[in-house]
Design a protein around this ligand. Structure first.
Ligand code: CP
Length: 308
């Protein structure tokens, strides 16, 4: 590597070479799960979750424990001194004195970047508002490469809430580094992808389409990346029943597209947007995707702590 990877804040900070390096270490961890069992011995990893999480928090905890380390942290600020008026900044400084690396999820865009500026300890952004979720992106890329053998020249569709979904934002930026054949953005008009992401694609002359239905639009895709409606980030009332009718991926819909090479991904949690009948089908890649989070996050911890 030209320089040490110190933090994981935004995909924007990474070159293709650096992402490929993280993916190659992830593959090494995946292939040799028992090789790294005590590299984190004596290390304390802090998990500060100001927003709920199942996968990100637990897969980082699993990764830490598999590597021989320990975790501290919180998942409910009601139980912390923030409730008594302690600032975010003081919280970060205090936790820096207790831990070797800090993983944090907040609803405030830019909070992880701010934290990285007030501590020398590595910071991992585990999701900041609607902005970025870069370690999800690393595991998404790992899963795509594992399944279809490449990241370059793929056809990918993004489906669902493309406006507020931070996993979409991070992955669009990342996949733009790999010269995709086409990107299709499929959503209800009020959840379309932001212009800032289209600008990135325009600047790289990457072909994309903005569509409002999956029907007839999945035939040439390698990956359909589905996301849930981020209700917790939307102020205006939403007619969920109407959305469900038009924007639920079912096995029948997928079968009708007649694309046996299509795989469906989802960062999860799923609410209604993928019918349960897809779970037992050949299209389902989302559970493997979630499992891969552990290997990729093991690799990220090892890299950020300079242990590999
Ligand atoms: N994919 C993801 O971030 O899931 P959690 O919200 O459960 O962490």
């Amino acid at each position: 590597m030209d320089h040490k990877i110190k933090n994981i804040i935004s995909i924007h900070d990474f070159s293709t070479k650096e992402i490929n390096y993280i993916l190659s270490v992830s593959q090494e961890v995946y292939k040799n799960p028992d090789k790294y069992t005590d590299l984190l011995k004596g290390k304390i990893i802090a998990t500060l979750f100001f927003e709920p999480s199942t996968r990100t928090k637990m897969s980082f905890e699993t990764a830490t424990k598999k590597l021989g380390g320990n975790t501290i942290g919180f998942e409910d600020i009601q139980t912390t001194a923030i409730k008594k008026g302690e600032t975010f900044s003081d919280t970060i400084k205090i936790v820096s004195g207790y831990s070797d690396l800090i993983i944090m999820r907040t609803k405030i865009e830019g909070a992880a970047r701010f934290a990285s500026e007030i501590t020398d300890k590595p910071i991992i952004n585990a999701g900041d508002g609607t902005n970025q979720h870069p370690t999800q992106t690393m595991l998404d890329l790992f899963t795509i490469k594992q399944k279809i053998g490449k990241l370059d020249d793929i056809s990918i569709g993004f489906f669902g809430d493309l406006k507020y979904g931070r996993t979409v934002h991070s992955l669009v930026e990342a996949i733009s580094l790999y010269n995709p054949k086409i990107i299709k953005f499929i959503s209800s008009p009020e959840f379309t992808i932001g212009k800032e992401y289209l600008k990135i694609l325009d600047s790289k002359k990457i072909k994309y389409e903005i569509l409002d239905t999956p029907i007839g639009n999945l035939k040439d895709l390698d990956i359909l990346y589905v996301t849930r409606t981020q209700l917790e980030r939307i102020a205006e009332p939403i007619d969920i029943e109407k959305l469900k009718k038009k924007y639920t991926i079912t096995k029948e819909l997928l079968d009708n597209e007649n694309n046996p090479n299509l795989f469906v991904m989802h960062p999860l949690p799923r609410v209604y947007e993928i019918d349960k009948n897809v779970d037992d089908s050949k299209y389902n890649l989302y559970f493997k995707q979630a499992e891969n989070g552990v290997y990729v996050r093991e690799a990220i911890l090892l890299i950020l702590l300079g242990l590999i």
